[in-house]
Design a protein around this ligand. Structure first.
Ligand code: TA6
Length: 285
């Protein structure tokens, strides 16, 4: 049990669970509970730091998607947090096991600094318990001017079959559907997948527990704090074929992204203040 660090990765072990984190992007690559992998990672995920990881839990900050105007307009899709190396601050608790990573401007490329010059500190806390993984992001503004940001945990869950997956608990909330390029009110029914899905469900109360089911069995549930939006994404056939690092090409049949965050509008952070968002992923074996 405990924390093992190499040059590029950090491995957490607690009771019968294990998490593998790539320092590049502080990307969780694997979360195993009693030896069972809960996350999907592409067989062609690039882990050498040259590109954001396809799978696991990439981190989205300071922008979700691609901004066409405003202070994030020069940033790449999903911002810079997932494509820079984070510093391991260390273990902060033994039971359950808790470690922290940090990212600040001095770790960014000059290009990223030029694209988004705000001063910030991100503290990413991972807590591994016997059947749960908590990911918490703290955003601090040590600078002299306010800035706006999005944050999102872009979690790729491994599932038995896309034919039997259901996402429950999203509620009757506003939806921005990027496939049909439309906005509508969700009907509150469980979401199923039979084609490409790319939707932002917004204003979901923290009290709504999100459940990922295989048929009628809950495989994973997600509890959120201060993360009002949930993105559901499955690339399906055409988009999976179009992503060079998405492999196997039929991998869309055994994955679903259920991504918690604050993305529908920028969170404004005044100088000297901070913001925290958290998700607890619980595996039901
Ligand atoms: O979170 C869903 C999404 O925004 C999709 O639109 C798709 O682009 C996905 O993220 C993957 O984005 P990436 O930049 O990692 O290829």
């Amino acid at each position: 049990m405990g924390v093992k660090e190499t040059e590029s990765e950090v491995t957490l072990s607690f009771k019968e669970s294990e998490v593998r984190v790539l320092k590049f992007g502080a990307t969780v690559l694997s979360w195993k509970v009693k030896g069972q992998e809960q996350l999907w990672l592409s067989d062609k995920a690039i882990l050498d730091g040259s590109k954001a990881v396809r799978g696991g839990i990439p981190l989205v900050f300071p922008v979700f998607g691609k901004a066409t105007e405003g202070p994030c307009a020069k940033l790449p899709q999903h911002g810079f947090a997932r494509n820079h190396s984070w510093e391991l601050l260390g273990q902060v608790q033994e039971s359950p096991l808790k470690v922290q990573f940090a990212l600040s401007p001095d770790q960014l490329s000059q290009e990223a600094r030029d694209q988004w010059p705000s001063d910030f500190t991100l503290i990413y806390t991972l807590t591994l318990d016997s059947d749960s993984l908590t990911t918490e992001m703290s955003v601090e503004n040590p600078g002299q001017s306010a800035f706006g940001f999005n944050v999102l945990f872009h979690t790729y869950f491994r599932i038995p079959s896309v034919d039997s997956v259901k996402v429950n608990g999203l509620g009757k909330v506003p939806v921005h559907d990027k496939v049909s390029v439309s906005k509508y009110q969700a009907d509150g029914e469980p979401v199923t997948i039979s084609s490409e899905v790319d939707r932002v469900y917004s204003e979901i109360a923290d009290s709504n527990k999100i459940e990922i089911l295989n048929g009628d069995k809950v495989d994973v549930d997600i509890e959120r704090t201060n993360l009002p939006d949930v993105v559901v994404w499955n690339p399906w056939i055409e988009k999976a074929n179009g992503l060079g690092d998405f492999y196997p090409k039929d991998g869309y049949k055994t994955m679903i992204c259920v991504e918690t965050g604050s993305v529908s509008s920028p969170v404004n952070l005044e100088p000297g203040s901070s913001w925290v968002g958290r998700q607890v992923l619980k595996a039901h074996l």
